[in-house]
Every structure is written in C-alpha cells, then in structure tokens.
Write a protein that binds this ligand. Sequence first.
Ligand SMILES: Nc1nc2c(c(=O)[nH]1)N[C@H]1C(S)=C(S)[C@@H](COP(=O)(O)OP(=O)(O)OC[C@H]3O[C@@H](n4cnc5c(N)ncnc54)[C@H](O)[C@@H]3O)O[C@H]1N2
Ligand code: MOO
Length: 390
Amino acid sequence: MISVSDALAEVFALCTQVDTQTVDLRHAAGRVLATPARALRDQPPFASSAMDGYAVCDTDIPQGAQFTVVGEAAAGHAFEGRIAAGQAVRIFTGAPVPPPCTRVIIQEDVTRAGDLITLTAPLSGTLNIRPLGGDFKSGDNIAAPRRLSAQDVTLLAAMNVAQVEVFRKPVVALIATGDELVMPGETPNASQIIASNSFGLAAMIEAAGGIARMLPIARDTESALRQSFDLAAGADVIVTIGGASVGDHDIVAKVASDLGLDRAFYKVAMRPGKPLMAGRLNGALMIGLPGNPVSSMVTAQLFLIPALMAMMGLPARPAPRETHVVLSDLEANGPREHYMRAHLTPTGIEPFARQDSSLMSILSHANALIVRAPHAPAARAGDLIACIKI
Ligand SMILES: Nc1nc2c(c(=O)[nH]1)N[C@H]1C(S)=C(S)[C@@H](COP(=O)(O)OP(=O)(O)OC[C@H]3O[C@@H](n4cnc5c(N)ncnc54)[C@H](O)[C@@H]3O)O[C@H]1N2
Ligand code: MOO
C-alpha cells in the first residue's frame, strides 16, 4: 500500500494536458483559459460621470453659486457643444464628461429653475468623474492558466474579447460494474440495488469542468467488462467503479491488465478507498475506484478531480485543506489516512458518528471531510484539525 500523497503524485505523473480550443465568451465560464486574454480597449473609454447631476468646469464654487444649463449628456450620447465657466451640462451616470469639465455636482445638491441651477449644499470633495482607463487599459491581460469565473467573463466582455482559447474539457468514461446494479427508474430484483455512484461522480466531474460519459453498467464477466472498456475508447480518463477488491467477482484489475494497463499502484493507505488503483491504459489515465459509494466519491474528490485540473493546465495540487476546531473528541487513528465525513458549521467541525463507507445518507449531509493522518494521536474537542470541503 502506498500513501495518499505518493498515490496522488503517481496520478499526476499519468496526466497529460488536453489540447485547446476557441470558444465564444458565452461558453467560457468554468473553462480554463489557455492563453492570456488582452483588453482591446480602455475602460471607461472616456472620462465618465459616476452620478446623475450637472457637469461644470469652474474651480471655485461656493455654496449658492449659480450655473446656466447649456445642454445634456446621457449614457451613449455625448454633449458635443462648448461649455464655459458659469455654465453646466445636465449629465447622467455613464455619460461622457464634456471637456473641460472637472466635476459633476450631484442633482441632490442643487435646485433648478428653468435653465438656472443653484448649489444648495457645500461642495463635496468627490469629483464624481471616472477617469479614462481607470478600470483597465487596452493591452491589459488576464493571465493563463485560469479557471474563468462569472466575474472574469464580465471583465472579458468589457474588454471586447468575444472569444477565448481554453483547454478542451477532458472526457471521463464512467464504467459502473456489478451484477447487483440497475439504473435509477428500473425495477431491481430481490438481490439488486440501484447504481448510484456514477451519478454523483458525473456531477462532480461536470462541476470540475470535465465531460462525463456514463457507459452502460458492466456485468461481472470479463467479456462484459472488456466491452465497456471498448466503449470507453477515446476518453481522456477511464474510471471504473467497483470490482476493485479481492473477491472472486472483482475482475477489474485482471481485465484492465489483459487489455494492457500499465499499473502505477493498487491499494492506498486510506480509509475509505483502500482498493484504489491507477495506471495508463491505451493512452488514457485509468482510475479504478472502489465500489462503496462513499469510497468512490471520496477517492474521486482526492484523485480524479485534481487530475482533471492538471489535465486542463492548472497546477497539480491536492484538494485544498482548511483548519477548523473539532467539536468532538476523536480516537487515535490507525495506519490508514482517515477521511471522516463531517459537518462544518460556523463554530467548528463535527464528525458523524457513523462512518461506514456504504452510507450515502451520511455523505449527503456531510459538507466536509476531516483528515486524520496515519497514526494520528487522539484529539480533543477544541483542537484544530485539517479538513477538506466537499
Ligand atoms: N476481504 C476483503 N474484502 C473487502 C476488502 C478487503 O480489503 N478485503 N476491502 C473492502 C473495501 S475497503 C471496499 S471499499 C470494498 C470495495 O470493493 P470493490 O471495489 O470490489 O466494490 P464492489 O465489491 O463491487 O462493491 C462494494 C459495494 O459497493 C456497491 N456498489 C458497487 N458499485 C456501485 C455503484 N455504481 N452504485 C452503488 N453501489 C455500488 C456494491 O453493491 C457493494 O455493496 O471491498 C471491501 N471488501
Ligand atoms: O476503504 Mo473501503 O473504501 O473502506 O470502504
């Protein structure tokens, strides 16, 4: 058995970066930018009014000062005339400030009678003008690689960048294995259960920016499994679920090896998830996940998702950890790194009492995993403890 960190290093070594493609901005959120994007214009492209009011060019403006309104500037419509001392232009938020105006007086601070306005409040220190290029300048760039957020897409649009080059979404083929499995909505016989893991895994993969290709359930025969591996051809990652342990029907390792799997490791010192395997199969990264639902989701979180990030050009990093106060005592840990399902609250983190790796109801309530290092000593309520948000 190898350690979690050694196993993750092996998985990263098996990852190859996917190629890139150009996408419209409308489809760029969540994608990883592959080449820097450059602003094609300044923002704002002109000195622009931050408020609704009156633009003036005078420098000395005592309370009671009066101005004659000589025109109007609205968003999208500049004032094209001339303005001199003692004059004002009615202006609205976002409108170009007519030169040589130096300030916008907000309309709340004036009274208006016909074309005459009078300043009724002491002049504020704010000029209410956003300078040309004050947000960004033409040529400013968004560095790559970067997973584009909704905020980034807003910025790109403002930069007039209509298309970006991003990494292709890695395709992950999901092969659930087992005679006991039927799909949700089907009618199981007395000894069958519903295949659930692929659904959680697909959701996780897609949230991370990949494409999940859910293949038909492979029955527990070598020929059925071989057929599923055939269907997985062309995927960047092949993930099997179940059939990874030591039982007579656990045939994933044998079939994968017959098909040419160059195995990097099998069995990791972790709980849950011990029978995890990984290797290279016909150019794809293959990860064999354990069948227990919690084991498959936890191992996917720790290995598959970081692998997808690395394939999309992002740094090869483990799932991010945080430190929180544990709310209950914890026993000393055994030899395997333990990922305990837990509930993170504003006051600390509470492990669930039941930690069996088959319990999907507990996993569904969990929003974090407490990480217990191999042979960690007992911890007391109030101690700081490492955890991973899920
Ligand atoms: N003698 C030993 N037995 C087991 C060991 C061991 O070391 N020695 N390890 C245990 C551990 S730990 C795990 S984890 C499981 C993993 O076994 P497999 O990967 O071979 O998984 P299966 O046996 O196929 O299934 C386990 C369990 O999960 C259910 N399952 C499988 N696939 C799905 C799915 N897609 N959706 C929902 N549920 C699924 C399956 O019905 C079983 O109940 O092995 C232990 N045994
Ligand atoms: O390690 Mo298994 O993955 O405990 O259930």
